[in-house]
Design a protein around this ligand. Structure first.
Ligand SMILES: Cc1ncc(COP(=O)(O)O)c(C=O)c1O
Length: 399
């Protein structure tokens, strides 16, 4: 028995969905992409969804669509996967990390406010909050701040499809619904809630951004006659008088922007769409597992903090802060339990150190990193396996 921290759950139905696409006319750029996009937009409650190659591509396209350019300052959290910050660097922008709240492990809104107040308005262009571990950022509060300082928001919701926060009117506000953020992104890497092998999704309620993203995803090319910039005569290769003013030949298309090939294939979309049908079921299992960890570890002396049992949390990860994390991690490996650490603070990666970040810059994130450990959390983790994990952890501390 080997217990990882996370893993995909593939059913016969998933396999059949992929086989169906393999037997169809389209392996890519076919109808399954649109079906997946529509179903996903419905799941998170957004108007539009754009499927892309992976979560990193999703972040890159969002930064491009919002016009991030050299010197633009964008705020994000250091406790995330590096891609949340890197997308700003791809566009030549400057990443400014703000510290985390030691209770929620999310970007500390107060710290963000202090940062914004310390510089003239317009210094910062945007903010990339992360629904880290599956806990939704309070985008209502962050949205107010963003409005005041004229910032856009890209919500990195890779960990939180189906997650939500409860707003001031007691309404559930779902991650990626686009109510407070211009754009939101998701990943379909196998450890995430919905697996597609690789894959990503961008959601938005903004039609203009949606259209831009569709174009950027596929080389900056459009086939929409209404958007064409070249004249029909040029397009057809015929002289102006012979070519009707608004007619373009069937082969014609225009590359209007410097885009990429960040498309998802229909094979991957089929798997994603099939998995999406079980997303709520998977989420419910994650809630059960979280509740059991919470019960097992609350009040234990060796626990300095833990994810807890929180309404709306999507529990991509169940995190504990513990004494002697290093020892526990190694001990669990000898028992075939492969817990993981999320994350090494991004600002202390050699790449970001070379840009000027150093130890001591973000004390909450750095302290958190010294103690954190992500326990096994995935829908197919059995109760027996979870009890084994709990027992081994208690044995390590209590002997
Ligand atoms: C918070 C976060 N953002 C972005 C990404 C990037 O997604 P992908 O691996 O699909 O490129 C990940 C994936 O690990 C992630 O956890």
């Amino acid at each position: 028995m080997l217990i990882p921290y996370g893993k995909q759950h593939i059913t016969e139905e998933d396999i059949q969905a992929v086989v169906d696409v393999l037997k169809s006319d389209f392996l890519t750029q076919g109808p399954t992409i649109a079906a997946f996009e529509e179903a996903f937009a419905g799941y998170v409650g957004a108007k539009y969804a754009v499927a892309v190659a992976n979560g990193t591509a999703a972040l890159h396209l969002c930064a491009l669509a919002l016009g991030v350019g050299p010197g633009d300052k964008v705020i994000t959290t250091p406790i995330t996967f590096a891609a949340s910050a890197n997308c700003v660097r791809y566009c030549g922008g400057e990443v400014v990390f703000a510290d985390i709240d030691p209770e929620t492990y999310l970007l500390d809104l107060y710290k963000v406010k202090v940062l914004l107040e310390a510089s003239p308005k317009g210094t910062y262009k945007g903010i990339i909050p992360v629904d880290f571990a599956g806990r939704a950022v309070d985008l209502e509060a962050l949205g107010k701040l963003a409005k005041e300082y004229d910032l856009w928001i890209i919500e990195d919701a890779c960990h939180a499809p189906g997650g939500f926060f409860v707003d001031n009117d007691n309404l559930n506000r779902y991650c990626g619904s686009g109510e407070f953020a211009e754009l939101a992104i998701f990943s379909f890497h196998p450890v995430k809630h919905i697996a597609a092998g690789e894959g990503g999704m961008i959601t938005t309620n903004d039609k203009g951004l949606y259209q831009k993203l569709l174009q950027l995803r596929t080389h900056g090319i459009t086939k929409d006659v209404k958007q064409y910039k070249n004249a029909p005569a040029f397009a057809s290769g015929m002289e102006a008088p012979e070519m009707p003013a608004h007619e373009y030949p069937g082969w014609y298309m225009e590359m209007q922007d410097l885009g990429f090939n960040y498309r998802l294939s229909d094979i991957q979309a089929a798997l994603g769409l099939s998995q999406l049908k079980r997303a709520q079921e998977g989420l419910n299992r994650r809630l059960e597992i979280a509740a059991r960890y919470w019960q097992a570890f609350r009040g234990q002396r060796f626990v300095k903090g833990q994810s807890g049992f929180i309404e709306g949390h999507a529990y991509h990860l169940y995190i504990m802060e513990v004494e002697d994390r290093f020892g526990l991690y190694n001990y669990l490996r000898t028992k075939n339990i492969f817990a993981q650490i999320h994350y090494i603070p991004v600002h202390l990666m050699p790449y970001y150190r070379q840009l000027g970040w150093k130890e001591g810059d973000l004390p909450n994130a750095e302290r958190y990193y010294k103690n954190c450990i992500s326990l096994p959390m995935y829908p197919s983790l059995t109760q027996e396996e979870q009890e084994y994990v709990i027992r081994q952890i208690k044995d390590y501390y209590h002997g």
